[in-house]
Design a protein. Structure first.
Length: 215
C-alpha cells in the first residue's frame, strides 16, 4: 500500500514538472524562436529547440538551487506552491538546510481548492501544523492567496490568531494603475487600518505586535 502511495506521489510530481517544462518550452518556441530567430523553421527544428530549452531550465534550476540558495548565507523565503503539501514544503526546506543555509523562512500562500471566488484556499492550519514539527518561522501571504483586496485584512487577522510569525501584504498607492495584481493590493490607509486591527487580535491570543510599520 505504501508503495502505491509513493508511486502515485512520484507520478504526480513528475507530471507537474513535465507540464511546467512543456509550458516553458512552448512559450520559448512559439513566442520567441519561430517569430524572431527562424521564421521558416520546420516543425522538427522547433521541437528540438523546445527540448533544448527544457533541458537548459532543468540544469539552471539545479545549479541555482545548489549554488545560490543552499550555499548562500542570505535569508531564503521559501514559498509553498499551490499544489504542494506541508510535507513537501518541509522537505524542500530540509534540502536548503542540508546544504548549509540555516536562514530559511517558510511562507503559506494558498493551495488549490474548489472555490471560484478566491485565487486559492488559504491553508491556515498549515501554520500550527508546521510549528509543531519545525523550528523554522512561517509567514502568511493573504494577498496572493485570496487575490482580493477585501479579503486581505480578515485573513491577516486570522493568520495572526493562528500563530503566523509574519505577514506578507501587498500595498500600492493606486492599485488600479498597478502593473500586476492590483485587485489584491491594499492602499496605504487600508494597510494602516489593518495594522491597528491586528493589535487586539494578537493580544487576545497572548502575543505582541510591533506597530511602528510605516508606508
Amino acid at each position: 500500500m505504501i508503495g502505491l502511495v509513493m508511486a502515485g506521489l512520484v507520478a504526480a510530481i513528475m507530471s507537474h514538472i513535465s507540464g511546467s517544462l512543456n509550458s516553458c518550452s512552448t512559450i520559448a518556441t512559439v513566442d520567441f524562436y519561430v517569430p524572431y530567430i527562424r521564421k521558416n523553421a520546420s516543425e522538427k527544428e522547433a521541437v528540438v529547440f523546445g527540448k533544448l530549452v527544457g533541458a537548459a531550465i532543468v540544469v539552471i534550476a539545479v545549479l541555482w538551487a545548489w549554488l545560490m540558495v543552499g550555499h548562500s548565507d542570505k535569508p531564503v523565503l521559501l514559498k509553498r506552491g499551490p499544489g504542494a503539501t506541508v510535507e513537501e514544503l518541509l522537505m524542500s526546506a530540509e534540502y536548503i538546510l542540508s546544504e548549509g543555509n540555516s536562514k530559511v523562512i517558510l511562507c503559506e500562500r494558498g493551495v488549490r481548492g474548489f472555490a471560484k471566488r478566491t485565487r486559492y484556499t488559504l491553508d491556515l492550519a498549515a501554520v500550527p501544523n508546521i510549528q509543531g514539527v519545525s523550528h523554522l518561522p512561517i509567514l502568511v501571504d493573504p494577498s496572493h492567496a485570496t487575490g482580493r483586496r477585501d479579503l486581505v485584512t480578515p485573513m491577516a487577522l486570522a493568520a495572526v490568531a493562528a500563530g503566523a510569525q509574519g505577514l506578507m501584504i501587498e500595498v500600492h498607492p493606486d492599485p488600479e494603475k498597478a502593473l500586476s495584481d492590483g485587485p489584491q493590493q491594499l492602499v496605504p490607509d487600508e494597510f494602516d487600518a489593518m495594522m491597528k486591527a491586528l493589535v487586539p487580535i494578537a493580544k487576545a491570543v497572548g502575543r505582541t505586535l510591533e506597530t511602528d510599520a510605516k508606508v
